[in-house]
Design a binder for this molecule. Structure first.
Ligand SMILES: [Zn+2]
Length: 300
């Protein structure tokens, strides 16, 4: 049975493969979808983004059309190169989205429907996103209020996982997560019940400032949170632009302690922190991480 994190990985893989690409072909065995495609064809639209919300996968097309799927027990999305042999029979195909380079094939998908932004907003089934940090309407107070409500409902949730939860605040990825926690001096493994309103305010404020400062960059590859004392004209390496992200084993830029890394949460995302600048608060021992620098590129 696909769990939320499986859907999450599938959505991320699909985003990488077909995100930003133009649809060159669309097929479906589902009459409801075929009717929409007849009236408002998918071919020629751009795949704006693919995202997961819990066990739902949402594919956003240009022109206000969103394909919403739920896998239940049996469904799955596969990615193939054009002409590559599918692992499951054609009879199980429910949806195919083709681009020049890829075919995204949905097999055995029991729940699939098209939405507009408006009908999605009204749908009671699909989980809603939290306030979008980059939205014009976003306020620090509003973000803190949302986080506080979630914290009361989930007192044991770890703060780093909460920052990644798009149903609490929408927009933060794995790089921002570690950088925001460092800037706010909050240990990533602390339970929500230990987080003070002042700390929430600090995190939401930093989140908004970092995201606004980096808004030109869509893929998170060139995020800058630390500029040091130097001004250089050439492009800096990623590790020179960040406080802690991917800096395990190196000295904290603020205090000189060794930056740590540890996989966190059901999705095992890498979390980076300074154990001195981000002290542990809570029961038991402070979590310890790896401090050895691992060579090679890690998927954030
Ligand atoms: Zn430090």
């Amino acid at each position: 049975m696909p769990e939320g994190d499986t859907i999450y990985r599938a959505a991320r893989a699909m985003q990488k493969a077909i995100g930003g690409k133009v649809v060159t072909g669309f097929e479906t065995g589902l009459a409801k979808l075929a009717r929409v495609n007849d009236d408002a064809p998918l071919v020629g639209r751009m795949v704006e983004k693919v995202e997961s919300r819990g066990k739902w996968c949402l594919i956003f097309f240009s022109g206000d059309l969103i394909l919403v799927t739920h896998m239940l027990m049996s469904g799955s999305w596969h990615l193939y190169r054009p002409g590559e042999r599918w692992q499951l029979g054609r009879g199980r195909m429910r949806v195919v989205i083709r681009t020049v380079d890829w075919e995204a094939v949905g097999f055995n998908i029991p729940v699939a429907e098209f939405h507009t932004a408006r009908s999605l907003e009204r749908s009671s089934q699909v989980p809603k996103l939290g306030p979008d940090i980059l939205s014009e309407n976003f306020t620090v107070d509003g973000g803190v209020a949302r986080m506080a409500v979630y914290g009361r409902e989930n007192p044991d949730a770890e703060i780093a996982a909460v920052l990644l939860n798009q149903r609490v605040l929408a927009g933060l990825g794995n790089v921002y997560k570690s950088e925001i926690l460092f800037a706010a001096g909050v240990n990533p493994f602390r339970a929500m019940r230990t987080i003070t309103p002042r700390e929430m305010e600090s995190m939401v404020d930093v989140a908004q400032r970092y995201m606004k400062a980096n808004v030109v960059d869509g893929n998170g590859d060139r995020i800058v949170t630390y500029s040091g004392n130097r001004r250089t004209t050439h492009a800096m390496d990623r590790e020179e632009r960040l406080w802690v992200y991917r800096r395990q084993g190196q000295e904290c830029r603020r205090c000189g302690a060794t930056v740590m890394m540890r996989k966190q949460g059901v999705q095992a995302r890498s979390t980076y922190w300074c154990p001195a600048c981000q002290p542990w608060v809570g029961d038991g021992e402070a979590p310890v991480g790896r401090a050895r620098l691992v060579r090679g590129r890690e998927v954030p």
